[in-house]
Write a new protein. Structure first.
Length: 128
């Protein structure tokens, strides 16, 4: 199903009327659907985009924090990408991912932090 054929009003209505979701789940889903409508305004660096010049020496990642430690945050960011880890290599892109991290902290109740990783070790090189 493409974004053009996705009727967001109908989807939101079905989510609102479905009795299978808790209040928090329903709120998260409705916010996510609203974000889908705004997706064209978000410019994320995706794997299928062209490589940028230079070497990537740092990565940014949104991490959730609880008593068990840390975990990588993933969020629904579009109809085409139902779940995507909030990881990138540009600070500007991390700033554009922030609304998704905020949504995750609101629905999970967990602290979420943006971390920058700077030590790079090439573990494997896979060639075509």
């Amino acid at each position: 199903m493409t974004r053009e054929t996705l009727d967001l009003v109908d989807l939101k209505e079905r989510i609102a009327l479905c009795k299978d979701f808790s209040g928090a789940e329903r709120a998260m889903l409705l916010v996510s659907v609203n974000m889908i409508a705004e997706y064209d305004k978000v410019e994320l660096d995706m794997a299928m985009s062209a490589n940028r010049g230079g070497r990537i020496d740092s990565m940014y990642a949104y991490l959730s924090v609880d008593d068990g430690g840390e975990g990588l945050v993933a969020s629904a960011i579009s109809a085409e990408l139902p779940m995507c880890p909030l990881v990138c290599y540009r600070r500007e892109t991390a700033a554009k991912m922030r609304p998704y991290a905020l949504l995750c902290t609101q629905t999970s109740g967990k602290v979420i932090r943006l971390a920058r990783f700077t030590k790079r070790i090439d573990m494997e090189i896979i060639r075509p």
